[in-house]
Each structure stands twice: as C-alpha cells, then as structure tokens.
Design a protein around this ligand. Structure first.
Ligand SMILES: Cc1cc2nc3c(=O)[nH]c(=O)nc-3n(C[C@H](O)[C@H](O)[C@H](O)COP(=O)(O)OP(=O)(O)OC[C@H]3O[C@@H](n4cnc5c(N)ncnc54)[C@H](O)[C@@H]3O)c2cc1C
Length: 378
C-alpha cells in the first residue's frame, strides 16, 4: 500500500450531503477528497421533490437547478388509503429534479472547484494521533484532519463501525420508476396505500417519478412487484390510474431494501456525519434531501471554523456540531415519524383527513414542522 498526500477533509460518500459539503469546503480553498463508490450519473431510489428551503444556499454554491429545467412545485395533494383527497399549497414550495441529473450537476461543480473525486469504496476509517487514515477497496490510503461521513442510509461502513442502528430491524423497502404521461408540473402528490405511500412529481426532462415505500413484511406476501402493485398499491384509485395511464421509461423499476428510520448519532468515532448517515426522516415528509444539504452546510461551517483555528479543539468541534444538528433536526425527525405513522393507519388517516378537510390551514402548519426555514446563502 502506498501513502498518499494528506487532505484537509476527506468526504466518504458522494450523494447530496457529501457533494454539498465538498463544494462548500472547496469554495473556501480547502483541499478536499471525495470518495464515491458508484459512477456518476446514476439513478437513485428517491421521490425527487426538494424543498425550496435549500435553494438560496444551493444558488450561493453556484448550483441553479431551475436553470436546468427543474420543475417549480407549489401544490400538494395527499390521498388517504381510502382515496380521499386533501389538496393544499406548500408553504415554501420546492422543485422536481432527478437524482441522476442533480448529483451529476453537483459533482461537476465540485470538480471545477478543485475537489479530487475518486471512484472507489472506503473500507476503513481510522483515527489516531489527531488525524484520520482511510483505506479504500483498491488499497489506496489517504490522510486528513477531518472526515465527513456521508455514506447514506446504510453502508458496510456502518457495520464495520458497529453502529447501534445497524443491529436493529430495517423493515422498509422502496421502488421507483420514471414514466411518461400527463401530470401537473407544479404538483407533488402523496398517495397512501395500506402499509405505505407513493410520491409523484415531475422532473427536469418531463418524466413523472413514481416512488413508493412500504413494509417488507407486507410486500413479501406477494410474489413480485407487479403482484404487490395490483393487489395493494392499486387499491388507491389515484395510484391505479397513474400507473395504468402512463408508460414506463425505465426497463425495470429500481428497488432498495433494508431502509430504517432508527435514531443515529451525528458524530461517531470523531467522524462528522451528514445527511442520512446522521439520521433519516420518513420520506412522506419529502425533506430528506433538504436535511442532507442543510446538515452538510452546518458541518461545513463548523469544520471551516475548526480548520481556521476559530474552534480550538476537536472536542469543541464535535460538541458544537452535535448541538447544531439536534437544534435543527431533532423535532423534524420526530414529527416526520408521527405523520408517517398517522397516514399508515387506516382509521387515524381517515380522522386526519376529516380534520384537514374541515381546517385546511392545518396542512401547511403540519408541513412546516417537518421542514426548516430557508437556509442562509454562503
Ligand atoms: C423511497 C424514498 C423516497 C424519498 N423521497 C424523497 C423526496 O421526495 N424528497 C426528499 O427530500 N427526500 C426524499 N428521500 C430521502 C433522500 O433520498 C435522502 O435523504 C437523501 O438521498 C440523502 O442524501 P445523502 O447524501 O445522505 O445519501 P445518498 O444520496 O444515499 O448518498 C450516499 C452515497 O454514499 C455512497 N457510499 C456508501 N458507502 C460508501 C463507501 N463505503 N465508500 C464510498 N461511497 C460510499 C453511496 O454510493 C451514495 O452515493 C427519499 C428516500 C427514500 C428511501
């Protein structure tokens, strides 16, 4: 194995959280290495609706999704398991852009800023004598003062680190497909079915993204995705119509399993965790990407203060980041789990529907609880 030069920061994982912090830190002239195990561009299982809370900050990093055709989304429809529809306005609104396009946009910006992007998988992260050493699958070794963990909801690294959430059940799976058809550009729809929900919105190339999440124990009663959709998902009449009246663009739907919403910790083994690696909100709240970008911003601000000597010790850096993270996300995560639980339950979702029908102003309030304020630009 060959020793390589040291970086200020190594970022493990190049999804939204990793790429955002890479752009932020490199914009402030830090030497950054980002290691991502997959090629760009790549489709990811995701609802692809992003809250506008991140837009001014993304713009300040030089990322302008609307200029690349992202759909401006201002309205939300939520249907219950029994296909009762609630219509509302989104307090801040959002935009629709595929992860295929967005992650690629970000990685190109990172490269332009001078970030070294390496396609490899990180196998080990060691902390010794106040510095990190990382080792990759291709036997490359790098060193840095700081490591950002942005390796997503579940990685082999979590297992190696013996993270607590990894030992608990991960009972959800998700399926996504892009289709061609008719759907309003300014709408995100969240259609519930027994044991899950499906998000629907348009992305930059006019494709409609259909992405649902459900419990594995319910899914496994059916032999295939098609069976499951026919027997469970299509009981919601909006979903039946959407799937039947559109044409698939992908040859096969994409799927992922072992999704968990267990509590995680924002710093472990001195690694500053961002995005899903630090904690995952239920996708029904449509704000995981917002949280990934927002946590990357929080982490980058504190890391810069540490590297520039304004935060004097590593212990102070870690304490401050944990404090920032909890202040920003703890209540959101709890509300997110509550909302998802409410809509999963047939009886409770009908009660919620009746209340929201009578008092429509409650819907934007509920959404606000799972979202943050607009992020300050850089
Ligand atoms: C079904 C579903 C629907 C969703 N819908 C929405 C939505 O509509 N709106 C929204 O805001 N959020 C949504 N989310 C949440 C959103 O997708 C995530 O919160 C977001 O992708 C988190 O970004 P991230 O950067 O933390 O992780 P990721 O985007 O998953 O990036 C992690 C990266 O780390 C890489 N990696 C992992 N291990 C290693 C390793 N050892 N070495 C190198 N690289 C590694 C992976 O390849 C990956 O690219 C949804 C999630 C699901 C499951």
């Amino acid at each position: 194995m060959k020793k390589r030069r040291a970086f200020d920061v190594i970022i493990v994982g190049g999804g939204l959280a990793g790429l955002t912090s890479a752009i932020h830190l490199s914009k402030q002239n830090k030497q950054v290495l980002l290691v991502e195990k997959n090629e760009y561009p790549k489709h990811k299982v995701c609802g692809e609706y992003i809250s506008n809370e991140v837009l001014p900050y993304l713009n300040s990093l030089g990322i302008h999704p609307i200029n690349y055709g992202a759909k401006k989304i201002t309205k939300v429809h939520i249907s219950t398991i029994k296909s009762n529809l609630i219509k509302g306005e989104l307090p801040l609104g959002g935009f629709g852009m595929s992860r295929y396009f967005l992650d690629d946009l970000l990685v190109n910006k990172a490269r332009l800023n001078g970030v070294q992007v390496l396609k490899d998988s990180v196998e080990a992260i060691h902390f010794k004598e106040d510095a990190f050493t990382i080792t990759t699958k291709n036997a490359k070794v790098f060193q840095s003062k700081v490591v950002v963990g942005a390796f997503g909801k579940r990685s082999s690294l979590d297992k190696k680190m013996n993270r607590k959430f990894f030992q608990k059940k991960s009972p959800y799976l998700a399926v996504k497909i892009h289709v061609k058809g008719v759907f309003p550009e300014d709408l995100v729809a969240l259609h519930n079915f027994e044991g899950g929900y499906c998000g629907v919105s348009k992305v930059e190339n006019n494709a409609i993204n259909l992405c649902y999440i459900t419990e594995y124990r319910l899914f496994k009663k059916h032999k295939t995705i098609t069976d499951f959709q026919n027997q469970v998902v299509f009981k919601n009449e909006y979903l039946r119509k959407l799937f039947k009246e559109t044409t698939p663009i992908f040859k096969q739907p994409l799927s992922i399993s072992q999704i968990s919403f267990q509590t995680k910790t924002p710093v472990e083994d001195h690694i500053i965790m961002c995005g899903d690696t630090a904690g995952m909100i239920h996708p029904l709240c449509g704000n995981g990407m917002g949280m990934a970008i927002s946590s990357a911003r929080l982490a980058s601000i504190r890391i810069l203060q540490f590297l520039n000597g304004e935060i004097k010790t590593r212990a102070a850096l870690e304490k401050q980041y944990i404090r920032d993270w909890n202040k920003e996300f703890k209540i959101r995560l709890k509300t997110g789990h509550f909302v998802a639980w409410l809509f999963r339950n047939q009886m409770l979702s009908q009660i919620a529907y009746s209340i929201l029908k009578r008092i429509p102003s409650l819907l934007p309030k509920m959404i606000k609880f799972t979202h943050g304020k607009q992020l300050q630009p850089l």
